[in-house]
Ligand binder design. Structure first.
Ligand SMILES: O=C(O)CCC(=O)C(=O)O
Ligand SMILES: [Fe+2]
Length: 396
């Protein structure tokens, strides 16, 4: 008997509200902190192997329960229990101008292993971006208007020809997975091997939590209208942040090199006193602050940062120092990465003092995820599959 789903009229399923909003926000934080340029123009992506390669293996942990839930859902819907492997997991964002015409997801010889797709919407059309509506060619349904938390699963073959309208404004974000029956394309095996190289089970304890390690600069370069900008720098720029080299540093002429070294952040005429290891470290703290503060705002509380008393935060006036300039034209990031509504936490009262609290809370967050990873990894390696520990304390 052919598995259910093959040959039937519409082998697909909509899953409204599949992801909790809190997980959507957490994955958005990860993407905005860690993403690199994607596989097509105007597309940014955060793959799990990229997270591991850039010193952020602990950030794989929040994906593990939702990967498993999606795999089970796909197996159940298409009648192939215990047969599937995850082939690819990634956060994918589409910026202004990105679109894709009619296609099936296995439409290249090197994609033939893909049997099923799952797309989870992490933000919402009309609120976070405009355009970007999904269509099935056979019209059942004709369109899916992305809404944070909703998901759709479908077979990756020609029974599900689909397209996505051009994104007009804002950044459209999804968690996208493909599943395969072919064990040689099992993503878990590759990720476990990458994690082994990192050896979290060795139990090395560092005084500071894991700090991000940038990938090659070219992976952060967003080509735009004949020039371009660095994504990391662009994301800080749209939030009004300046980057300062440390006062003691001998300046390189190369702005990219300045982003690689230790640096400080400033806003307006002030410089925050903390030192960041590199631009990715600074970006991660800023995005963490933004994530946690937006949650607080939605709950109607007024704390400037998550659940802590405000620490004194000395700032320096910028009279004698100039911010790093470039690389590329960071202003070009405004229309590409800026939110559709312009409604972000920074334009609503961001202050550098809040960053101090965010740094402390971020370190706790990273340490907790790292702890889960250390406990999970030996079991993942033994069973050759990534799965959530029942008592991991971090599930969606
Ligand atoms: O993001 C979506 O809604 C679908 C994207 C898509 O079709 C693809 O990446 O192949
Ligand atoms: Fe597709």
């Amino acid at each position: 008997m052919p598995p259910e789903g093959e040959g039937e009229a519409h082998p697909r399923l909509l899953l409204p509200g599949f992801l909790p909003q809190s997980l959507c926000k957490e994955l958005e934080f990860i993407h905005r902190s860690c993403c690199a340029v994607g596989y097509r123009p105007g597309v940014l992506s955060t793959t799990l192997s990229h997270l591991i390669a850039t010193g952020c293996a602990h950030l794989v942990v929040p994906f593990v329960p939702v990967r498993e839930r999606l795999r089970e859902k796909v197996e159940e819907r298409f009648g192939c229990e215990f047969e599937l492997f995850v082939e690819f997991t990634g956060l994918v964002s589409w910026c202004k101008g990105a679109s894709i015409g009619w296609h099936s997801d296995d439409n290249r010889p090197y994609l033939k292993q893909r049997d099923f797709a799952a797309v989870c919407y992490l933000n919402s059309c009309g609120k976070d971006f405009t355009g970007g509506i999904f269509h099935f060619k056979d019209g059942s349904p004709d369109s899916i208007i992305p809404h944070a938390g909703d998901a759709v699963i479908y077979t990756a073959d020609s029974q599900n020809i689909h397209s996505v309208d051009e994104v007009i404004d804002g950044e459209r974000l999804t968690l996208t997975l493909w599943f395969t029956r072919d064990k040689t394309h099992d993503e878990d095996a590759k990720l476990i091997s990458l994690l082994s190289e990192r050896s979290p089970e060795n139990g090395e304890t560092s005084p500071r939590p894991t700090l991000p390690i940038p990938a090659p600069n070219s992976m952060y370069w967003f080509p735009h209208q004949g020039s371009g900008f660095d994504i990391r720098w662009g994301r800080l720029h749209i939030l009004g942040c300046n980057i300062y080299p440390l006062a003691s540093t001998v300046l390189s002429d190369d702005p990219l090199e300045q982003l690689m070294g230790p640096l400080q952040l400033g806003k307006g005429k002030e410089i925050f006193d903390a030192e960041f290891r590199n631009i990715l470290h600074a970006l991660q703290i800023v995005q963490f602050y933004s994530w946690k503060t937006s949650g607080v705002k939605e709950q109607g509380r007024e704390d400037p940062a998550p659940g802590r008393a405000l620490c004194p935060s000395p700032v320096e006036r910028t009279s004698s120092r100039s911010p790093v300039v470039g690389p590329g034209d960071p202003q070009a990031a405004d229309p590409v990465l800026g939110s559709a509504t312009g409604d972000d936490v920074w334009s609503n009262g961001f202050d550098l003092a809040g960053l101090r609290n965010a740094m402390v809370a971020w370190e706790e967050y990273v340490r907790a995820l790292d702890e889960v990873l250390r406990r999970s990894f030996p079991l993942w390696r033994t069973h050759e599959i990534m799965f959530p520990l029942s008592d991991a304390g971090h599930s969606d």
